[in-house]
Design a protein around this ligand. Structure first.
Ligand SMILES: *[C@@H]1O[C@H](CO)[C@@H](O)[C@H](O)[C@H]1NC(C)=O
Ligand SMILES: *[C@@H]1O[C@H](CO)[C@@H](O)[C@H](O)[C@H]1NC(C)=O
Ligand SMILES: *[C@@H]1O[C@H](CO)[C@@H](O)[C@H](O)[C@H]1NC(C)=O
Ligand SMILES: *[C@@H]1O[C@H](CO)[C@@H](O)[C@H](O)[C@H]1NC(C)=O
Ligand SMILES: *[C@@H]1O[C@H](CO)[C@@H](O)[C@H](O)[C@H]1NC(C)=O
Ligand SMILES: *[C@@H]1O[C@H](CO)[C@@H](O)[C@H](O)[C@H]1NC(C)=O
Ligand SMILES: [Zn+2]
Length: 468
């Protein structure tokens, strides 16, 4: 009798759940459990076959996404997929495929949340610096010319690479005197001293533009506008894309048999965020991804180190619980065809900022139900704290690396470590001697004929010993 009851329970359980389960297909993109397992096994297989590339980096390309924190990478990746009419979350950026990934601690010598000048000094010159300063060590104070004495000057991977006969280039969509490219060649205690207009009283300090021209710096520059170039979403055919400029740069630089160092900056991701316009920032992220893909396509993993990273993050969040495939610029949906309401009974977007211009001081938060947050590329996302310009974020950013010695990026690093790995891999600067750089890690390959010769010599010695 008891067995019968058990059987009935089991059967009713079976009919209730098993039959009901058949009514549901797989959600999202319809991936089956076997699909997920297959994906993981493919990834596992790649990991199991991973071998470090122990070689000298003839060339180094550094891709710097200005302000490209982890949330920007993720949201940009979703946008990339959605532009191809996919759900987006599963899509893959070119640098997602790089074998070595690490974290970079971005704080400045005197600041918890960093700016682009001091961070560029860290990853291009190899020492941390004070906020707002370029090419100077931690003794130089911002906006103080006397503190920026000659002995505070630090050299960059541009100087180190040129000294070894390599070519150096920079591709950027910002002004060439803007903070990131400036750290390659300039020494200035105030990033805003780009041209002489702002520097009248400071006779002892030369502005950034003057240093670039006066010092006759041997650098190839690719930029196509006097000011910042257009955002990718606003770009017309009059301006080349970041990928097109990168291609041109590599074609020219690779003529040098001693190799090159190239800095490619996606500089306007940062500007889009400061304005709290996610469409500007994220379409620029996708353009940056194309530039990385172009570099990967044109170089050889055996002789070119590619490092993709950011200088700092932004207070940019992917929030709420939107459904898989929900438009990345859209409102958070409620999975029933409507939208979720916040405690103020108003709808809200997935992309929001911790602070910035998207906070209305005179009116309460806008009900977004009738707002166009998706097609309006000028849409300003909401923020909690009202500021004219949204700020950088202080959390770690990612380092994605591929090529010779890229396995040296393996954990949580201080940001200035990046310059040291690039120098070590390419045998320049402090690491120019063969015994101090990647060259010392290359095990001599004993080939057939030399191995035979060694055996022969050993044999002769043994014979001599035996006869003695
Ligand atoms: C995505 O879909 C839209 C509308 O159906 C179409 O116009 C567009 O060409 C598609 N884009 C891609 C990349 O398939
Ligand atoms: C600027 O730096 C110099 C030298 O380090 C210092 O003596 C001076 O007090 C600083 N000026 C200001 C305004 O902080
Ligand atoms: C939101 O709507 C609910 C249900 O209509 C109501 O009880 C609540 O007071 C509303 N909250 C606000 C902040 O208006
Ligand atoms: C916001 O708009 C939604 C959709 O039209 C509506 O249901 C909701 O009541 C509105 N909230 C307020 C506070 O007006
Ligand atoms: C604040 O909201 C009101 C009403 O929607 C709008 O007229 C005004 O322009 C907004 N102010 C700012 C600074 O966005
Ligand atoms: C083997 O080593 C010898 C001496 O080091 C070198 O001359 C020769 O080219 C090498 N042969 C091959 C096949 O690499
Ligand atoms: Zn910024």
């Amino acid at each position: 009798m008891r067995e019968f009851i058990y059987l009935c329970c089991c059967l009713s359980f079976y009919f209730t759940y098993a039959t009901q389960a058949q009514n549901f297909g797989y959600s999202g993109n319809g991936e089956t459990r076997d699909d997920w397992k297959r994906m993981a096994k493919e990834d596992l297989n790649i990991a199991l076959n991973l071998k470090p590339t122990i070689a000298v980096a003839k060339n180094v390309i550094m891709y710097l996404g200005d302000g490209m924190g982890a949330s920007t990478v993720t949201a940009g990746r979703i946008l990339k997929g959605q532009k191809q009419n996919k759900t987006g979350e599963e899509s893959v950026l070119s640098f997602d495929k790089f074998p070595h990934v690490a974290l970079s601690k971005t704080y400045n010598q005197d600041a918890q949340t960093a700016d682009s000048a001091a961070t560029a000094t860290a990853f291009l010159c190899g020492v941390k610096a004070n906020l707002g300063t370029i090419g100077l060590d931690g003794r130089a104070r911002r906006n103080n010319c006397t503190s920026a004495s000659q002995d505070t000057h630090v050299t960059s991977i541009l100087d180190w690479s040129l000294a070894e006969g390599k070519s150096v280039g920079v591709v950027t969509n910002t002004r060439i005197t803007h903070a990131t490219p400036a750290a390659l060649y300039a020494h200035v205690p105030e990033r805003d001293w780009e041209g002489d207009s702002k520097l009248e009283p400071m006779v002892a300090c030369r502005d950034i533009a003057l240093q670039l021209i006066d010092d006759n710096i041997d650098i190839h520059v690719w930029l196509f506008a006097y000011d910042h170039m257009a955002y990718e979403i606003d770009r017309t055919d009059k301006e080349p894309s970041l990928a097109e400029m990168t291609e041109k740069a590599i074609r020219i630089l690779r003529k040098n048999p001693k190799g090159y160092f190239l800095l490619v900056e996606g500089g306007r991701i940062d500007h889009g965020h400061h304005d709290s316009k996610p469409a500007k920032a994220l379409h620029d992220l996708v353009a940056f991804d194309h530039a990385v893909a172009k570099g990967v396509e044109m170089t050889n993993e055996q002789d070119t180190l590619i490092v993709t990273t950011a200088d700092h993050s932004h207070v940019f969040s992917i929030a709420g619980y939107p459904t898989r495939g929900n438009p990345i610029f859209g409102l958070v949906d409620d999975t029933k065809g409507g939208f979720l309401l916040a405690k103020d009974n108003k709808t809200f977007t997935t992309l929001v900022y911790g602070n910035g211009p998207g906070h209305n001081l005179t009116h309460s938060r806008q009900n977004l139900s009738n707002a166009d947050t998706i097609e309006n590329k000028e849409y300003i996302s909401q923020s909690a704290v009202p500021l004219d310009s949204e700020t950088h974020g202080g959390e770690d950013v990612s380092i994605f690396a591929r090529g010779p010695m890229s396995h040296l990026f393996h954990g949580v690093h201080e940001q200035h470590y990046i310059a040291h790995v690039m120098a070590y891999a390419s045998c320049v600067g402090d690491y120019k001697a063969d015994k101090d750089c990647a060259k010392s890690q290359i095990k001599p390959i004993i080939n057939g004929s030399s191995a035979a010769r060694i055996s022969f010599v050993m044999l002769v010695i043994l014979c001599l010993l035996a006869t003695v």
